[in-house]
Write a protein that binds this ligand. Structure first.
Ligand code: ATP
Length: 638
C-alpha cells in the first residue's frame, strides 16, 4: 500500500512549529520523553501478557535500546513494548488529545519572551513532539503486539506526515531521528555521542524499571551481552533508603509520571510495614494543570504491585479533591491481576487511602508553618480544589479547614487562616463572619459590610465558586459558628450597647410599622419581607437572604448545572437613619389614603428595592422600567 499523507491537526501544527524553532533551551529532554513513552509501552505490554495468556508475544526480554549512528547522524530509540496500530498512530501522533491544548497553544503564542514560553512548555510537556527540537525528520516504525503488519509514520514537522503499512516491522516501536547539525551555542549537542547519551539517560531516566541498552563503550566489562551495556540502574526510588535518593532523582521520577517538565513543589514518602506492606512516593506539583477542573481530569497516582506497574490514575487511592497529587504507591500483597473494581471494594486499599490522605494534608499543614512561601504557591494553585474536600470528606473536614486560607478585611493583600481569625476575634464575638461574592472590591463596597466595618469586625472574603457551596455545609470551626454577613439578622452590639439603643429601636419599630407593612405588600411579588436593618450605616437599603435560604449565587450555580431550583424570595432591609428612608416614612404617613400620592410612593418603594438589588450585584426584574422611573425622578431635580 502506498504511503498516505495526512495533515496535522491545527494545534499540533502550531506546537510543532514552536518545537522546530526550538523555544525550549534544554533540548536534552527529548530523549527523556522518548524513553518515557517506551517505558510506558513496556508496562502496557507486560500488563497485557498478565491479563491475556493467549497473546502471542515474546515478553521474555523487554527492554529499550538506543542506537546512534555518527555517519548518518541518526539516533534511534527502540522498544519491544505494546506498539501501536495504524489507527492509533494517526490518532495519537497526528493529534494532541490532551484537553486544554488549544488554550495552551494560544497562551504560548501570546507569551512575550522566551522565558515565558519556556515556563509554559514546562507546565505542559509535549512528549513525542519534543523530538523536533533536535531532529529535522522523525520516523516512527511500530507494530502492535498481536498484529501482523506494522506502520511507518514519517514527518519533517512542517504540516503533513505520511503513514504507510509495512510487512516486516518488529513488534514494538522505534523512533529514528535525523538529527539537526550540532550547534552547542543553541544547546544542540551531538546526540550521537555515546558519552552524551549516557549522561542524559543517567540524569533523567536512571529509575526507569526497564533496561536501557546501548552499544558498550569499547573494552567495557560486565555487559550482559557482549557489545551492549545497560545504562540505567533500574532501581525503584521508593524502594531505596531515603538518604540515598537525591532531590534531582525524585524530580525526574515526578516528571516521568506527571508529564510535567517543571520541578515538583513537595515530595512525600511513606512506608507501611506489617500485614499490609506498601511504599508510597507522592508529589505535590508546583502548578495546576490546565485541565484540573475539566470533567475528565484523571487522578495522578499510579499503582504498582511488587515493583510491577499495574495502573495509572488509581482512583481508589486518592479522593477527587486531591486529584492533583502525583506519585506511585507500591503494594506488596495485591494480586498482579487486581482490577479497578476490586480495588474500590478492598478494605485494605481503603485504609491505605485514608493514611495517604492524612499524610498529604499533614504535609501541607507542616509546609504552611515551615515554608509559608511554598504553602502560598500551593494554595494559589490548588486551594480551590482542596476546598472541594470540605464537601466530600467529612472525616478530614477539620484538617482541611486548618490548612485553608482566605482573603479578609483585616489584610488588604495577604490571606489568613481560620485559626488566626479566631485568635483575633473581638471580645464577646461568637461567630466567624464571612461574605461570598465575585470579587473583593465588590464585597468591600457592599452595604452588608457597613456595620461590620463601623464596629471593626473582621470579615472573611470568599470569592471562589466552591465557597458558595461548602459554607452551606460547614457549620463551624473550633466551636465558632460560621456566619454570612448577608444572611439573617445581624446583632453586633454588646449587651451595654443593646441596652442603650433598645428604647430607640422600639421607637423606630413603632414609627416604621406602617411603612414596613405597606412596603412588604407593595413589593410582595419580589421580596419576602421588608424590615429595619441594623447592618447599614451609609446606604439606604440592602437585600439579605434568610438564615437558611439558598443564596442567589448558589441558585444560579445549580441552574447552570441543569438542576431545577425554585426562586427564593429575599428580604429588603431599610436603614432608618438614612434621609431617603425617613422621608419615605413621612410621605407614607402624610399621603395615606390619597390615590395620586400612593402611586408615586409605590414607585419610590420600587426604586429603593432596585437600588438595593443593584448594590448587591443582583439583577433587576425589569431594568428598562427602573431606568425610566429613575430618569423621571432625576429630571425633577433639575
Ligand atoms: N514508544 C511508544 N510505544 C507505544 N505507544 C507510544 C509510544 N510513544 C508514544 N506512544 C503513544 O502516543 C501517545 C502520545 O505520545 P506523546 O509523547 O505525544 O504524549 P504522552 O506521552 O501521552 O503525554 P505527554 O505529551 O504529556 O508526554 C502516547 O500516549 C502513547 O499512547
Amino acid at each position: 500500500m502506498p504511503a498516505e499523507t495526512f495533515e496535522f491537526q491545527v494545534e499540533a501544527r502550531q506546537l510543532l512549529q514552536m518545537m522546530i524553532h526550538s523555544i525550549y533551551s534544554n533540548k536534552d529532554v527529548f530523549l527523556r520523553e522518548l524513553i518515557s513513552n517506551s517505558s510506558d509501552a513496556l508496562d502496557k505490554l507486560r500488563l497485557e501478557t498478565l491479563r491475556d495468556d493467549q497473546l502471542d508475544v515474546d515478553a521474555s526480554d523487554l527492554h529499550i535500546a538506543i542506537d546512534a549512528d555518527r555517519e548518518t547522524r541518526t539516533l534511534t530509540v527502540r522498544d519491544n513494548g505494546i506498539g501501536m496500530t495504524h489507527d492509533e498512530v494517526v490518532e495519537l501522533i497526528g493529534t494532541i488529545a490532551n484537553s486544554g491544548t488549544a488554550k495552551f497553544v494560544q497562551e504560548l503564542r501570546e507569551a512575550k519572551d522566551s522565558s515565558a514560553s519556556e515556563e509554559l512548555i514546562g507546565q505542559f510537556g509535549v512528549g513525542f513532539y519534543s523530538s523536533f527540537m533536535v531532529a529535522d525528520e522523525v520516523t516512527l516504525l511500530t507494530r502492535r503486539a498481536g498484529e501482523e503488519t506494522g506502520t511507518r509514520w514519517q514527518s519533517d514537522g512542517e504540516g503533513t506526515y505520511t503513514v504507510e503499512t509495512v510487512d516486516d516491522a518488529p513488534q514494538g516501536t522505534s523512533v529514528t531521528l535525523r538529527l539537526k547539525p550540532e550547534d552547542t551555542e543553541d544547546k544542540l549537542f551531538d546526540y550521537t555521542s555515546p558519552w552524551k547519551i549516557r549522561e542524559i539517560v543517567k540524569r533523567y531516566s536512571d529509575f526507569i524499571t526497564w533496561p536501557i541498552r546501548m552499544a558498550a563503550a569499547t573494552g567495557e566489562e560486565g555487559a550482559e551481552d557482549p557489545g551492549t551495556e545497560t545504562v540505567n540502574s533500574m532501581k525503584a526510588l521508593w524502594a531505596r533508603s531515603k538518604d540515598s535518593v537525591t532531590a534531582e532523582e525524585y524530580s525526574e521520577l515526578y516528571k516521568h509520571i506527571s508529564h510535567d517538565w517543571t520541578e515538583p513543589l513537595e515530595t512525600i514518602r511513606m512506608q507501611a510495614e506489617g500485614t499490609f506492606e506498601y511504599q508510597a512516593l507522592l508529589f505535590l506539583p508546583s502548578h495546576a494543570p490546565q485541565d484540573l477542573f475539566m470533567q475528565d481530569h484523571k487522578r495522578g497516582v499510579q499503582l504498582y504491585v511488587k515493583r510491577v506497574f499495574i495502573m495509572d490514575d488509581c482512583e481508589a487511592l486518592m479522593p477527587t479533591y486531591l486529584r492533583f497529587v502525583k506519585g506511585v504507591v507500591d503494594a506488596q500483597d495485591l494480586s498482579l491481576n487486581v482490577s479497578r473494581e476490586i480495588l474500590q471494594q478492598d478494605r485494605q486499599i481503603e485504609m491505605m487511602r485514608r493514611r495517604l490522605v492524612k499524610k498529604v494534608l499533614s504535609t501541607v499543614k507542616d509546609m504552611r508553618s515551615s515554608d509559608p512561601e511554598k504553602y502560598g504557591t500551593f494554595w494559589k494553585e490548588f486551594g480551590r480544589v482542596l476546598k472541594e474536600g470540605l464537601l466530600q470528606d467529612f472525616e478530614n473536614r477539620d484538617a482541611i479547614l486548618e490548612i485553608c486560607s482566605f482573603a479578609s478585611t483585616q489584610d488588604e493583600e495577604g490571606l489568613t487562616t481560620l485559626r488566626s481569625y479566631v485568635e483575633r476575634m473581638k471580645e464577646g464575638q461568637e461567630q466567624i463572619f464571612y461574605m461570598t461574592g465575585e470579587s473583593r472590591a465588590a464585597m468591600e463596597s457592599s452595604p452588608h459590610m457597613e456595620a461590620f466595618r463601623a464596629k471593626g469586625f473582621e470579615v472573611l472574603l470568599l470569592t471562589d465558586p466552591v465557597d458558595e457551596v461548602w459554607v452551606q455545609s460547614v457549620p463551624e470551626f473550633d466551636g465558632k459558628q460560621l456566619q454570612s454577613i448577608a444572611k439573617g439578622e445581624v446583632d453586633l452590639d454588646t449587651d451595654e450597647e443593646k441596652k442603650e439603643v433598645e428604647a430607640e429601636r422600639e421607637k423606630q419599630q413603632q414609627e416604621y410599622a406602617g411603612l414596613l407593612t405597606w412596603m412588604t405588600e407593595q413589593l410582595g411579588e419580589h421580596v419576602k419581607e421588608v424590615r429595619l436593618s441594623s447592618r447599614l450605616t451609609v446606604s439606604p437599603a440592602c437585600i439579605v437572604s434568610d438564615t437558611h435560604d439558598v443564596t442567589p449565587a448558589l441558585e444560579n450555580m445549580y441552574r447552570a448545572m441543569g438542576q431545577e431550583v425554585p426562586h427564593v424570595k429575599r428580604i429588603l432591609e431599610l436603614n432608618p437613619s438614612h434621609a431617603l428612608i425617613s422621608g419615605l416614612k413621612k410621605a407614607h404617613a402624610a399621603g395615606a389614603g390619597e390615590q395620586g400620592a400612593t402611586a408615586e410612593l409605590a414607585e419610590t418603594a420600587e426604586l429603593v428595592h432596585g437600588l438595593a438589588l443593584l448594590s448587591d450585584g443582583g439583577e433587576l426584574s425589569d431594568p428598562s422600567r427602573f431606568s425610566r422611573l429613575m430618569a423621571d425622578r432625576l429630571e425633577r431635580t433639575l
